[in-house]
Write a protein that binds this ligand. Structure first.
Ligand code: ATR
Length: 289
């Protein structure tokens, strides 16, 4: 594309940022939709507040925010979307009058990615593995989307209890049930949509899954791993071994980007364009399947 006097800038604030796929998503979308926009990573090591203020002063249209700033950025926002506020983490800044508005498109992105695969949350019985930052956000999403019942399983029970207590209080109903990871044998009969939100299995520890026991995987009707490096995680392989569908987190990454792009530009990205960007992301990762 040609950069000229009308070119708008968007970017990513994080530390580190070198391995991000977001430029592939956003520059790809700009190419597909014909928008005059460039997206670049900004490696911010100190002075997060100055970075946000500077971005606004430079008329930057929007920003993504990644590790370690998703919570720390909140004090520098003009306003915050209610779901992002409940989750307590922001990954997208949208330019508004007087400052940026913060959103959490990681979670709306996960929801859209699940929908694109025909997976529903409403009324569903769900297991969340993990109780860290990612799992906590998933728990809020499940509750806000009307899940039937959600068990949150974590190695350290206190964290699962804290998330359950917080989500149940926020939504005013006993939707989340905390459980120690090793207590999965005590789960009720039936099969569950299972969302893998621990860091176990992340590259380079590719041959690990947070639960290895095959008996557990007979309780899973659909597996969703938030990890996308490796492309097929051990958790996914264990789900697939039981003949059940399993998905990685790459479409979540795709749709969090698409939703951010839509918010910045006031457009709707077609599924055709989404599919084209998904292919570009896979190519960038060296995946040929
Ligand atoms: P993120 O922001 O990606 O969610 P995090 O907040 O550090 O990262 O959370 C990591 C999650 O992976 C936690 O649920 C953690 O369990 P603990 O709370 O018990 O630490 C889980 N996790 C990491 N390594 C694990 C392991 N070897 N076995 C079981 N759970 C593990």
């Amino acid at each position: 594309m040609e950069i000229n006097g009308q070119t708008r800038l968007c970017g990513l604030i994080g530390n580190p940022v070198e391995h991000t796929l977001s430029p592939v998503i956003h520059n790809g979308l700009a190419g597909e939709t014909g928008q005059n926009l460039v997206y670049v990573p900004f490696h911010v090591t100190t002075g997060l507040g100055e970075a946000v203020k500077g971005a606004y002063a430079l008329n930057i249209l929007g920003m993504n925010v990644t590790v370690p700033y998703k919570q720390a950025v909140i004090p520098y926002l003009q306003t915050i979307d209610p779901l992002a506020e409940a989750i307590g983490a922001v990954n997208t800044l949208v330019r508004t009058e007087g400052g940026y508005k913060g959103y959490n498109t990681d979670m709306t992105g996960l929801l859209r990615a699940m929908y694109s695969e025909g997976i529903r949350i409403r009324e569903e019985k769900i297991l969340i593995l993990g109780a860290g930052g990612a799992a906590r956000a998933v728990a809020f999403l499940c509750a806000s989307e009307g899940a039937g019942k959600v068990w949150i399983l974590n190695r350290s029970i206190e964290k699962a209890e804290a998330v359950a207590e917080e989500v149940n209080r926020h939504f005013g109903r006993q939707i989340l049930e905390p459980m120690t990871l090793s207590d999965y044998t005590k789960l009720p009969e039936g099969q569950f949509l299972t969302i893998q939100a621990t860091s176990v299995g992340l590259s380079p520890a590719e041959d690990e899954a947070v639960i290895e026991d095959e008996a557990f995987y007979r309780k899973v009707h659909t597996g969703y791993d938030l990890i996308y490096r490796p492309f097929t995680t051990k958790f996914m392989k264990l789900v697939q071994k039981q003949g059940r569908p399993a998905y990685n987190g790459l479409k979540m990454l795709l749709y969090q980007g698409i939703i951010a792009y839509e918010l910045w530009n006031g457009i709707t990205v077609s599924e055709k364009n989404a599919a084209q960007i998904y292919q570009k992301m896979k190519k960038e990762m060296g995946i040929h399947e």
